[in-house]
Write a protein that binds this ligand. Structure first.
Ligand code: IMP
Length: 192
């Protein structure tokens, strides 16, 4: 069935998994998501909201199109919040197996993912956050998803994110929460 769009947002990301996850949520709000491949301004900051805000506003000022930027990180309690805002770099360098090695012998496996969504839809700038609490598994499990999905088990589940399909992951995920809140806010601000 064709999706009817009341609004279109250009999602600035190269991550096709994120596009699928966000599109699935956006469908419920009759919002269409188009992947935007342009280069993304990545400032250095400990604050995900600041990173996403600069990227979204910078992109909007160049292209004047409604833009959605999402930044996320994995925060592990026993590692004092590492890798947090450095999750992308840490994933590229040591990956999930590196995290499991750092946590060898550590019984406290508590962790959360945080997502920050920024939408620039003139004249509005919307910022929303979402978190999912859970734990780091003892070994990687599952083939689906991306990034640290194979080692993250959301609270109330036995499976990792990588063992779930998109609709199941979206019931729990940080990204689904942040995107839902941001789209609800957008729709209350901008009436059709
Ligand atoms: P990004 O900068 O928002 O792309 O996210 C930084 C890194 O965090 C990504 O490279 C992933 O390794 C990890 N990450 C963010 N969100 C998720 C997720 O939903 N599942 C698994 N890993 C994630």
């Amino acid at each position: 069935m064709k999706n009817t769009c009341n609004y279109t947002l250009f999602f600035l990301t190269d991550n096709k998994h994120k596009v699928l996850e966000v599109s699935e949520i956006a469908k419920k709000y009759n919002v269409c998501i188009e992947q935007e491949h342009a280069s993304k301004l990545e400032i250095q900051s400990m604050d995900l909201a600041e990173i996403a805000w600069y990227a979204a506003v910078n992109h909007y000022l160049h292209y004047r199109k409604p833009v959605l930027v999402e930044d996320a990180g994995l925060f592990i309690k026993s590692l004092n919040g590492f890798p947090g805002p450095y999750s992308s770099y840490v994933f590229r360098t040591i990956g999930s197996n590196g995290i499991l090695r750092l946590m060898e012998g550590i019984d406290d496996r508590e962790a959360y993912f945080e997502s920050v969504v920024v939408i620039v839809y003139e004249p509005y700038i919307i910022i929303e956050k979402g978190r999912v609490y859970g734990e780091i598994s003892r070994e990687p499990r599952g083939e689906k998803g991306f990034g640290f999905d194979p080692i993250f088990i959301p609270k109330g589940e036995k499976r990792t994110f990588a063992e779930m399909d998109i609709a199941e992951k979206n019931k729990y995920s940080h990204r689904a929460k942040a995107v839902s809140k941001a789209l609800e806010k957008l729709l209350t601000l901008v009436k059709v």
